[in-house]
Unconditional design. Structure first.
Length: 74
């Protein structure tokens, strides 16, 4: 599973999630969210664009950037 991180520097927090085979995000506690924004909302307590906040740990790119690259290839 690919690891994602969301660093909230102002709050001094760093969150980690993993992408499941189905494309959902899973937290350490086993909680699963079907979308990046839903996962971010669960952590923040308000609406967040998860596509722009979560970063692929290996590349450092946001999910939004990775999705754009994927679409540009196709």
């Amino acid at each position: 599973m690919d690891e994602l991180t969301w660093e909230r520097r102002q709050q001094g927090r760093k969150y980690v999630a993993w992408v499941t085979r189905e494309g959902a995000l899973q937290f350490d506690d086993g909680t699963i969210h079907s979308t990046p924004s839903g996962a971010a909302r669960a952590l923040a307590g308000y609406e967040v664009n998860g596509w722009r906040q979560w970063r692929h740990t290996g590349s450092g790119k946001t999910l939004d950037e990775l999705w754009s690259e994927y679409n540009d290839r196709g």
